[in-house]
Write a protein of this length. Structure first.
Length: 453
């Protein structure tokens, strides 16, 4: 098993490269710390490095050179041991290794830390973000030498352990970062990291938990002349379709022990309050008993006033998906928390046809990007040299009926260009997409959680 890891490392390092960052995504059968140590020995201890477990990987096979999509299963983000030395029970082996060289950018791994004295997450209360987090984000900007007047793009792949509510964290990033900032990531998965700043390296510390980590790419304001500008583009492909009318939450209760929400709602334009069974009956009528399936969600439009430190509160709008657990003559039960009375939502179902159509739209948009790249009439020629992908673990062959659909828009348009993708337990994406315009038409949400990115 570990021989395969060494084989991948040797393959990546077969050509000379001066690494600016390293990302490794592995199956839950590996011990995180062992792989972390093995790669560090090969690539050095000063390069920013994130390693995380995933539900599957998408990339080029080290032996056949073919792009493959490999799904394993759900990732247990129990976070029970800080060094992540105990592998999950359902053994999955495999590794995707990404080593990057990005001249003109500053790259670092920035963790979100929480004191071990604080056993619960108190990141955000009544819309006011904790001052420590405010300072962390501002320090992040300074540490990456971001100059807002000259910045091109930043992208932040987030990796999180599945225990902490990511929504306030995403809201804070949405609040603090310019509109051109691209934010993508995986909401669930065990991880280890190493920052270029030694003071941030607290994995295994008795003082701090590492709740999440972001790999930051920021334009270096002191970059040498003659080096081109690296830009990040984002394309979103939805995998769901709406069902029925829009609803408004009436009574909302949170069950923090089960990390779930109980609610009643009104159908838009109707005065009657509906309980969970009535809501599901309506969906049954629309979908002929489809509502009992496990791939039914509510997509909640959340408009929240967010404030950081002493700054004036600002409205942040996002779309967050909550899985439907069930319903009875009292409530509709959904996973997750953070829903409020008067929030609007639609029911959504997983829809392979809609997802395939959306993939085709992404492919057409990337084709236009490719034509710009090939144009001989442009004064400054651009080149696509790599891509990251975050796909829902519910997609793949079992969803579409055939293999390698998720990565096909990128692979078909840019054959030979490196692609690194993972299957996630919850995707994070800041939209709408400038390439595809795949924003959800029922909202002006800038950040989506649990969509394909």
């Amino acid at each position: 098993m570990y021989a395969a890891v060494k084989e991948v490392i040797e393959k990546v390092l077969a050509e000379p490269i001066r690494p600016h960052f390293v990302v490794a995504n592995i199956g839950s059968g590996f011990r995180l710390y062992d792989i972390f140590r093995l790669i560090s020995r090969k690539l050095g201890s000063s390069v920013p490095f994130i390693i995380s477990t995933s539900s599957g990987i998408i990339g080029r096979d080290a032996l056949t050179h073919e792009v493959k999509e490999v799904k394993w299963g759900d990732v247990c983000g129990d976070g029970s041991d800080e060094d992540c030395s105990i592998p999950a029970k359902d053994v999955n082996y495999g590794i995707l290794l990404t080593v990057g060289f990005v001249p003109g950018l500053k790259v670092d791994a920035i963790p979100l830390l929480r004191s071990t004295k604080n056993l619960s997450s108190s990141f955000c209360s009544n819309g006011f973000v904790d001052t420590n987090v405010y300072n962390d984000i501002r320090n992040l900007e300074r540490s990456c030498l971001i100059n807002s007047s000259r910045i091109l793009k930043i992208t932040q792949p987030l990796f999180q352990d599945g225990l902490i509510n990511m929504k306030p964290i995403i809201d804070a990033l949405d609040y603090s970062m310019p509109m051109e900032t691209v934010i993508v990531g995986d909401e669930r998965g065990r991880f280890l990291y190493r920052s270029g700043n030694e003071s941030r390296n607290v994995c295994g510390s008795a003082k701090y938990f590492s709740d999440a980590v972001a790999l930051i790419f920021a334009r270096d304001k002191d970059k040498p002349s003659g080096i081109g500008d690296i830009q990040f583009q984002i394309a979103l492909s939805k995998g769901v379709s709406t069902v029925g009318s829009r609803h408004k939450a009436v009574s909302v209760k949170e069950n923090h022990c089960e990390h779930s929400t109980w609610l009643t709602a009104r159908r838009e334009g109707h005065p009657e309050t509906l309980d969970g069974q009535q809501l599901l009956n309506d969906i049954n009528d629309e979908l002929e008993d489809y509502a009992d399936s496990s791939d039914l969600y509510i997509g909640v439009i959340k408009r929240r006033n967010i404030s950081m430190g002493s700054e004036k509160p600002r409205m942040i709008t996002s779309l967050e998906f909550h899985g439907v657990v069930g319903g009875d003559d009292e409530y509709l039960y959904v996973s997750g928390v953070g829903i409020k009375t008067a929030d609007y939502f639609h029911f959504y179902r997983s829809d392979p046809e809609s997802a395939l159509s959306s993939c085709n739209n992404v492919s057409l948009s990337l084709k236009k990007l490719k034509s710009d790249e090939d144009s001989k009439h442009r004064r400054h020629i651009s080149e696509v040299f790599g891509g990251f992908m975050f796909a829902c673990c519910g997609r793949g062959e079992s969803f579409f009926g055939h293999v390698n659909v998720d990565g096909s828009p990128f692979v078909e348009n840019f054959p030979g260009v490196p692609l690194a993708g993972i299957f996630c337990g919850g995707e994070i994406g800041r939209g709408p997409s400038r390439l595809t315009g795949e924003a959800h038409k029922d909202s002006d949400a800038r950040c989506n959680m649990h969509d394909r990115v």
